[in-house]
Design a protein around this ligand. Structure first.
Ligand code: DAH
Length: 358
């Protein structure tokens, strides 16, 4: 056997025997590297005369090509073997039943968000969202709260560091900026709710720096305060699952509505528990009103053509009232015992037909 032929046999055997990428790379350097025997053969060609060089060169190059091909084939083989091994190792039987002990539960805020979404969807309100880091134009100015407006101070705003252009974004202090974003994007008529997280620098029994609001808006040619009243009554009846909801509209002031009303619901507080729909007390649950012409204008909607109502309420508060949760802070403690106690079965999706409560 010629030297070249025995080299070829040896190299191909080595490549075939390489058990992993590392061994294969070592074999490659040995076979084709500068100091390899094969390269030595190529270098030796220089000492031959023209005819012999041609013939010998062809032989050596054929071996080189074969070795390179064997190397590529082995590399591909190793790769698919690794993939096979990984697939076998990570094999998962998706038909196995879930283990009940490890099942999670739906957080009451998520549950209530789904409940209100289902109820408002039934009245033709679709769902919108906006960013939690908001420009102060969307959060304040466009909502008829100019920089010097006193209501701006009441919001205990968290400010972001200034941007390179000097503008300062805020953590949105309410969901009302979604009104502006939706009007600008979609114009009128429009009817939507926007649930989401809002932030204010405040912390005690009844306030957390992050909490949840639900915004609602309906704009049309002839949407009135009477429509607002009906929508809210229907909502509260469906949400609290009681027929005798009684509401009281109390004149109030918000910069973004005119007229503005705070809405209270009749309740009974005797016995340390709040019962809705009976008794002689009132519980404030939301702010609302007819959308201010300046807000419509900021949203690119002509107030001479369109009008409508908006409302905003605290989702955490709704959840506390409905499910008898006493301390707001429990919502955000991530305490497993609390979550197990107040959590909901994630497979029970709230629907009007099947029941909104978990
Ligand atoms: N944005 C108000 C707040 O956070 C709540 C509110 C009041 C929203 C009246 C409204 C409204 O849309 O009409 O206190």
């Amino acid at each position: 056997m010629s030297d070249l032929e025995s080299l070829r046999t040896r190299l191909l055997a080595e490549i075939a025997a390489a058990a992993d990428d590392k061994a294969l790379e070592t074999a490659r350097v040995e076979a084709l590297g500068k100091k390899s025997a094969l390269m030595g053969f190529l270098r030796d060609l220089g000492g031959l005369d023209v005819e012999a060089r041609k013939a010998r060169g062809a032989e050596v190059n054929a071996v080189k090509a074969q070795v390179e091909e064997a190397f590529a084939a082995r590399k591909a083989g190793l790769k698919s073997a690794a993939l096979e091994a990984r697939l076998a190792g990570e094999r998962l039987d998706v038909t196995l039943p879930a283990r009940p002990a490890s099942a999670g539960s739906t957080h009451p805020i998520s549950q209530v968000t789904e409940e209100v979404t289902a109820i408002f969807a039934d009245m033709g309100f679709s769902l919108r969202e906006g960013p939690q880091i908001e420009s102060d134009w969307h959060n304040f100015d466009a909502l008829n709260m100019a920089p010097e407006h006193p209501a701006r101070q009441e919001h205990d705003t968290f400010f972001m560091s200034p941007r390179p252009d000097g503008s300062r974004h805020v953590l949105r202090t309410h969901t009302s900026p979604v009104q502006i974003r939706t009007l600008l994007e979609e114009g009128a008529p429009v009817r939507f709710i926007a649930p989401g997280r809002v932030y204010r620098s405040d912390y005690d029994m009844t306030h957390t720096p992050m909490f949840h609001q639900l915004e609602g808006m309906a704009i049309g040619k002839d949407v009135t305060m009477a429509n607002l009243k009906w929508v809210l009554e229907e909502f509260l009846k469906a949400f609290f699952e009681i027929d005798n909801v009684e509401l009281r509209f109390r004149a109030s002031h918000f910069p973004f509505t005119e007229p503005s009303a705070e809405v209270d619901v009749r309740c009974d507080r005797s016995g340390g528990k709040i019962k809705l729909g009976e008794g002689n007390d009132w519980l404030e649950i939301l702010g609302s009103g007819m959308v201010h012409p300046n807000v419509l204008r900021a949203g690119g909607v002509d107030p001479d053509q369109w009008q409508g109502f908006a409302f905003g309420m605290g989702l955490d508060r709704l959840a506390m009232l409905k499910y008898g949760i006493a301390d707001l802070r429990g919502f955000f403690d991530a305490d497993l015992r609390w979550l197990r106690h107040y959590g909901f079965n994630p497979l029970n999706v709230p629907t009007l037909r099947g029941g909104v409560s978990g």
